[in-house]
Design a protein around this ligand. Structure first.
Ligand SMILES: Nc1ncnc2c1ncn2[C@@H]1O[C@H](COP(=O)(O)OP(=O)(O)OP(=O)(O)O)[C@@H](O)[C@H]1O
Length: 236
């Protein structure tokens, strides 16, 4: 039976700790019993003091970190799949088709041009070259990346330009679930507003979004709900 629920992310009793091997094997529990759900059309702001585990939680939602216990379920092909227990090929398929992640810093293949980087996800989904080029050009223009830079790899770009290329590489696809780690941190007011608009358009289009935003104006402009992480750090 197909589940028609709007729940896109279901996190249950998540526990994540780090063992510090160079500190005598001390174990630091950063996330404890974290539980929440995100529905289509919601943008959840992760809040909490510095060090409370916001980035750790976001990385766990992308399966970059393996939690000690708990569930991180994501709706993929209309079925909630648990990223904690999913085999690697399933995690990669969920990332390719369902789960978009904008990290704080751009990580790209060297020597590939900016336009090719932004077109690539569309080509991988079978879009024709011309359509992909047009769509990538439209998004890069909207994000104010000058056309003179499109043929260059972004390695030498400014911090704000790299951040905008990073955003374009993810928002070029309509991911059903988006994870955003401070996507506006290096941006000026005008570009920040453009990114706010893009996030709101994705949400209005039905995406379920979880994000960390240190700028309170951005939080107010994109957030529909806040999930606050308590300081759960315990050393054992
Ligand atoms: N890879 C790691 N190895 C060991 N400890 C880690 C690791 N990643 C995070 N931590 C620990 O987890 C704590 C929470 O870090 P995290 O980056 O998730 O916090 P945050 O809430 O995102 O902080 P900020 O708002 O300052 O970015 C850190 O203080 C750190 O001690």
């Amino acid at each position: 039976m197909t589940d028609t629920s709007n729940e896109m992310i279901h996190v249950e009793n998540l526990v994540k700790s780090f063992t510090l091997h160079n500190q005598g094997g001390v174990t630091l529990t950063v996330l404890e019993n974290v539980s929440f759900s995100v529905e289509r059309g919601e943008c959840i702001i992760l809040a909490g003091p510095s060090g409370s585990g916001k980035s750790t939680l976001l990385r766990s939602l992308y399966a970059n970190y393996l939690p000690q216990s708990g569930k991180v379920e994501v709706r993929h092909d209309d079925e909630l799949l648990d990223l904690v227990t999913a085999p690697p090929h399933v995690v990669l398929d969920i990332r390719a088709r369902t789960l978009g992640y904008v990290s704080q810093f751009l990580r790209v293949i060297p020597r590939v041009s900016t336009l090719d980087l932004v077109m690539e996800p569309l080509l991988a989904r079978g879009m024709d070259e011309r359509g992909a080029r047009e769509k990538a050009a439209t998004l890069l223009t909207r994000l104010r990346i000058p056309e003179s830079l499109w043929s260059l790899p972004p390695a030498t770009f400014s911090g704000g330009e790299q951040q905008r290329v990073n955003i374009a590489m993810t928002l070029i696809l309509d991911y059903p679930v988006l994870l955003l780690d401070e996507p506006t941190a290096s941006l000026d007011a005008e570009n920040r507003q453009t990114v706010v608009d893009l996030i709101n358009e994705a949400r209005e289009g039905g995406a379920a979004i979880v994000g960390i935003f240190h700028d309170s104006q951005v939080r107010e402009a994109v957030g529909t709900r806040t999930y606050t992480l308590e300081e759960a750090r315990k050393a054992a």
